[in-house]
Each structure stands twice: as C-alpha cells, then as structure tokens.
Design a protein around this ligand. Sequence first.
Ligand code: ADP
Length: 940
Amino acid sequence: MSQGLSHIVLRATTPEDFERTKQFYTAFGFEQILDQEDRTAVSTSERRVWLKLSAASNSLTSELTIKLALSPSAMRQEQLPDEIDWALKEYSVVLNTSDLTNIKTKLETIGAPYQTKPSKIYALDPLHNVVVFSDKPVIQSLLGQEHLRNDDNVPDSIKEVSQAVKRSRKIGVLTSGGDAPGMNAAVRGVVRYGISKGCEVYGIYEGYQGLVDGGKCIRKMDWKSVRGFLGVGGTSIGTARCMPFKTREGRLQAAENLVKRGIDSLIVCGGDGSLTGADVFRSEWGGLVDELKSLERITEEEADTYKHLTIVGLVGSIDNDMSSTDITIGAVTSLHRICESVDSINTTAMSHSRAFVIEVMGRHCGWLALMAGIATGADFVFIPERPPPEDDWETVLCNVAQRHRQMGKRITVVIVAEGAIDKSLNPIKAEHVKDILADRLHLDTRVTTLGHTQRGGSPAAFDRILATIQSVEAVEAVLRSTPDTPSPLIGMSCNKVTSGPLMKAVELTHEVAKAISEKNFARAMELRDPQFAEEFEAYNASTILDDMSRRLPEHQRMTIAILHVGAPAGGMNAATRTAVRCALNRGHRPLVVYNGFPGLVRGSIEELSWISVDGWTSYGGSELGTNRDVPGIHVDMGMVAYQVQRHNIQGLMLVGGFEAYTALTKLEEAREKYPSLCIPVCHIPATVSNNVPGTDYSLGSDTSLNAIVESCDAIVQSARSSRRRVFVVEVQGGKSGYLAVEAGLATGANTIYIPEEGISLSRLQADVHHLMNLYLDDDPDKSEGRIILRTEGVSDTYTNDVISNILKDEGHQLFDSRTAVLGHIQQGGTPSPMDRIRATRLAMRAIEFIELHSLETLDKAKAEGRDVPVEITKSSDSIAVVGISGVDVTYRSVKELKPVTDMKNRKPRGAWWYEHRPLVDLLSGRGLFTSQAQNVLHKH
Ligand code: ADP
C-alpha cells in the first residue's frame, strides 16, 4: 500500500492498456473520479484518470487512490513468467479483503493471471504490476507501523480477525543451556520469518532466567534487532543455567510473565536439559494458569485467553547428542574449531615427532571425537558409546600407535571424548592415555584439552543454514499447532527438516546414557543417527593400520586405480587417502594416476603405500593433479583402454565434478569396443558447484560455502565501517545456483541471481527499489554493507559490472555499489571437516562398490583355475556415481542417471536445495516494504 504517498501512479503505454487497466481496477470496486485538469486532458495523448477505492466497498476493505496515466514514453513492464514466484516480486498494490474466493472468481471472469498462496492471491494487472489480495493483515512494516490501521473505517469483522491473528501469534524465543554457534541464526530466523508471517516476536534474554525475571528480559524484536546475527557465535540474547525454573514457583512466575505479555508460543533453542524444561512447562501450563487465576495474579479473561501454550524445540548443542535428529545446531562449527586445533597440533607434533592426546567435549556422546578423528586422521579415538572391546585396551592402543610409527609416522594423535569409558565403564582420561604412550612407547607425549574454544567463533556455513531452515519450520510449527498437538522438536533426517514429538526425542536421548550405564553399547550406537556406525567403521577401515583381519582371500585382490578429473575441490585428497588405505587393508594394489586422463594416457601411474597418503585428509587442492580432459572428447579412448589393460587395472575410481561424470558416460559407451574398460568404474563427486547428478552433496561444496561466507563477512564488515555500499559478489557454479542459494542463506545476502531464474531489467528495477527501501530505513548516520550474490553463468549481458553500475546509478545516492569476484578463493584452503568426513565415507564405499562388481568374476576364475579375464563386468550397474542421498551412500548407475541429467547445462534436473531459494529474499526483508522508494523516485 501507499505508505507515505497519497496515491499510487500507474503508467500505461498504449490507449488499449490504459482502458484495460481502468476496467481491471473498476471491476474490484475502484471508482473513477475526474478532476478539472483531467477533463481537459482526456482527449489528448496524455490521458489520465483517478481511481479511488473506499473502505468496505465491494469485498475489499482497503482505501487507496490510483492515478492511471497514459504515457507512451513510459517503459512497459514485461509479464512475469508463471514459473517464478510472484510473491518474490515488488508489489504495486496490496488490497485487503474478507473474501478471497470472490476475488478469485472475479480474476477468472476478467481473465487476469494469478497465483494463490495461503491467505493471499498474487494477480497481475494489465500493466503486469503485481497486485496482492490478502485476507490477513498485511505484513508489518520495518518501521513498526501496521498496514491495517485500527481506525474506525476498518470493519469490525476485520478488526476481529486481526486481533485473533495477533493473539495466536505472539512468539517468545529463547536460547538456553550451553551456548552453541548458530543459536543466533536461529533467533534471527524466528524473528524475521515470524514477522513475515504477521506474528509479533519477543526475544527472551538470558534463557529461562529471563522468562522468570520478566521485565526488560522480555523484549519485542523487530526486523532490525537481529541484523548481523548470522555471523556471530554463541547467543546474543544470552543464556543462563536457571535453577528457579526447575521449581514450580519459578515456572509459575514465568507463566505469569508470558500471560501478562500476551505471549502464547515459545520457541526454545537448547540442549536436552532445556528441552526437558520446556516440556515440563508445557505439561504444567493449564495448572499454572489456574493457580495464577486463583491467586488473582492474572484476570479471569487472561486465564481464558491463554489456556494453551505452544512450545517448539530447536536443538542447539555442540555435542550432537540429541536423538531423533541427525545433527544439532552448533556441532559442525565446533568440529571446525577442533579440526583447526588438531591441524595445528599436527604440525608441531610432526616437527618434534611427538604424541598428543587431545580431549574434546562430549559427556555421553562421541560424535565430536569420532568425527574429529576421521577428519584429522587421528591414530585412535575413545568415545562413550563404543568403548574398546578388549579388556587390555592399553596394549591395543600401543600396538596401533607402534605399527603406525613403524610405517614411518612421525606423529601420534589420540582423541579422547570427555565421557570416554572402557567396557567396564571406568573413565578413560587423557592423562592416563598420555602416561601409557609415554611409559610404554617412550613417546614425548602432551595433553591438550580444547575446552571452551570448541564453543566459540563464527558459525560455519552449515550451522547458519541449518539454524535458518529449522527456525522457519519452528515458526510454521507454531502456526500449525493446536491445543492437542504434542510439542514438536525440529530436527533433521535424511537432509530434510523434520518435526517430531519433543518428549519422545528427550526420552530417547536419556536412553543413550542409560544404555551406556547398562553396558548395552550396541543399543547406544543404534540410538545415534544412522551414519554414526558407518562412520565409525570408515574410520577404523582407513585410519587404523590393519592387522590383516580385513584382508580378502588372495584371488579376490585387485589392482584399483584412482584419478582426479576437473577442477580441484576440497576433499579430493581425503577421498584418495581413504581409498588407498581401504584398498591396502583389503589386500588390493592401489595405483594413482597423475594429471587425470591425459596422465593415464601417458602412463603417469604410481603405486602408493599406506604412509605415502598420511596427512592427506587436511590437504586442499589435488595432490595427484587434476585435469579437465575427458576421454572420447579430448583424450583418445583407445589409449585409455590400452593403459588400463597394460597396468592390469581392474577397478577405476574417478574423483571429480561434471567432467568426471561426462567421462563416466563416455567410458560406458566405450565398453562395447574395449573389453579392458569392462571393469567396475565409480565416480566420487567432487566439485564446488555441487552439480553432479546422483548425490545431494559433492566434495568441496561445503569447503567452498565456508570460503564464500568468510569472504562475504569480511566484505560486509568493510562496508559497515565506512560506506553505504552494495557489493555484487560473483560466485562459481556454472549453470547451477547451489552456491549462491546456500551462501545467500548463510551470509544473509540481499538477493541472488542464479541461472535457474535469470536476470531481467524488471527484476533489477525491483531490486533497486528494495535496496532503496532498506537504506531509507537505516539510521542515516550509520554505514551499512549489503551483499548480492551472482552466479557466474547467470547472464552474459548482466555482468557483475553492469549490475553494479545500474545499482549505483539507480540508487539515487542512497548507496553506492562495488563488485567482488571471489574466483579461486572459493576452492578454499583447507577442506572443511564435513568434506573430509564425506570423502572418507564415500571412498570406503567406492572400494566396496568395486569389490561388489568384480567378486563373481574373480571367484569364477578361481573355481575354473583360469587367469582373471580382462573383461570383469559388463553390467550397467557397475559404472556408477557413489553419492550421498539423505543419510545413505548410494550407487546410482549412469543408465539410471541419464534421464535425470541436463547434459547441456551440466547439472541434474531438479535439486533439493532449490526450495531454500525463496527464503533468501524473504529473510532479507523482501515484501515488507511499501512504496517509500517510489516516493524518492518521484522526487527525482
Ligand atoms: P542443556 O539444555 O544444554 O542440556 P542444562 O541441562 O543446563 O543445559 O539445562 C538448561 C536449563 O534448562 C537449566 O538451567 C534449567 O533452567 C532448565 N531445565 C533443565 N532441566 C529441567 C527440568 N527437568 N525441569 C525444568 N527445567 C529444566
């Protein structure tokens, strides 16, 4: 609507459009008024008309005046395509209605295009302006004014709706228990998404203590209260351990504070203690309200109004110790901190040939210890859920450490979870481990307790995204809840946000500790997320030097070659390391090929040993050297087949991006011609663009997101210090918007330009308006940096420079603009822990894949007393992408993937991350503003 303006101006370029637009608005009850000036102008080409809508006329309840002018020189807007979400576009007109069905019928009668959304219809007028019809009060503005004014012109029915809506949507958000990085992103998400849904959101400072204390601890949040929250670790609204909340008296006080503020929903972000508290609070709520009423601390009416309390839980915990969710907010960032520390310890340990025992957090949960062990290639880990099965674990530890030393390792690293135990439940303490290594192996051993560094620092991209998408679901859960629904816990399962019963999750979590105390370790492992056991297995298979127990019978051992294809990506070396070690542990002969397929053709092949890949988990780039050339296109396929046969390669593992996938398809086609290519071939996706079909994530994409997020944080900080500036940042991705969408969410980008949507002038214009609105709303004395991300392949016309120049000119001095091209920075230096862990898991499964598809031929050859044939398998399943699907590792054959691959644009058809796209614009405030920018434009 037209805040700050007495009317809206619409310009038609042809008389036909002018007439059609007039008819469109009159169909909805606008009445034509001609003033003296217009009467004289009516016959000229400069025709214009005033259209006025009075409150309660027709089924619309808004008041608005439109000036419609015929100006042939005006620019005609293009019609918005139906595939895109019109809700993301700048609205021209917003109209309140009590009857959306009637509006829909009318739009159909007059043939106007429209999209329906809950409580809203987005229609296009004949000039292609977006007209919003809404049966809910339109989103509150950033300025704190409401569109639905409480004046006498508003009919009672609407006032009632408005009050009911308000009453059921006052959400309190608090962070409680131990702080976790990403809690701030969760609070930001709840505040902004809540406001965008018409709710009032209150920040409850200092956790439950703030709830009990009330007063200034409960503060109404607006859009700007959470600005800059994404990048800040810990929790900016505070957390505290609160004993009073554990008592009924404390909770009674908390209930009174909520009722007095009219807050009827609570989103709690914390660990299992906090969520247990939340559930206790909700289960007692009815009794608390009755007691408050009988004590006359609240009125009867208040008691009646706030009969029910909605509680939704978000898990903020660095330990990843909550059941019913694969991952908790903060755990991944904590893992980042641990890996950074262990990486730096590795270098000093290496220099002095020392041993280090590192204690990490985790009282009942070994997730951090195990993942850190995998990601850093530690020699041994001790976790609570799976104690060493041997009574004399000390000797086992020494044997492993000694074997590693004998292979040439100069360092020994043991990671011990805080709650590590032996099979008789005796604690395994870092100091004790140190003594063993020092006394028995005479290693110069030190203990490092990482302590609170593990909680600190800016959240990793993963946690920012996780917290954001979960907070959106938390608000949705509030809006969905009824007095009968049990309190939900927002979790993650198979890469999807879930909402399940909170109490059940808390119970299962407590069951882990119980299972451990009963020495039921199998149950304890089972209660962890499904990847946990597999990752434990991958760790043992790749890190612990084998005692021959994993070795295959002689005739099943093979020669397996590994090569890197395409651009470097974080995790390529980690995957190679695990593949080499798993292969060796099974008795295979691992070969590596230098410089991709051209290297293969030249015969640049070497056999690697266990020690030669030591330390590779933390190396960025590609140790083997990677090359974009694909066989059958750039490299002769006949030569590839020749070298495969010459080196007796019986299984091939490609690590790379879309080029590697293309190579896979070419190798499949060439099988008809070359028997030596009839061997199992697998592809581990590794590319920053995450555009390989057959996987949710490719290696390197997480490292890249973190690199982008870090750079963008630095860019915004620079602007905030000196300028009102919009940075147009170019990110990689080819024709895939993955990096822009996910980094957009993680950095709080203002908007993104991605190949899936393209760029147009009208889009740019809308974005300029939006930016102007944001800068108009800022404190005039404060600088503010904003980010727009643009995927490199989005448009040849709208380059970074062009967009930046347009923004600068059209920004009318409210802000200026600069470009930033992150380029190869996006490949990242050190691979992120997530990429290292994914690499380890995928590589282990890749070796299993090769074994799976060769076993039959190898067994048959042995049974028949023949040599192993050159042609091992021709099955179409034996040439596949080894990818991640939800929590599972999947083998998806080229045959299966072909129909779902867009070869021209080099990406899979359909992508899970695209559903995050609308959130980027929504959380940057799109749709909250009205016509302030228009106002400025009119003045110029
Ligand atoms: P975390 O949430 O990280 O597990 P705590 O166990 O310390 O952390 O719990 C945080 C807060 O939650 C406590 O200080 C207390 O206020 C509240 N709380 C925990 N358990 C309960 C309970 N059983 N009943 C009521 N409140 C509880």
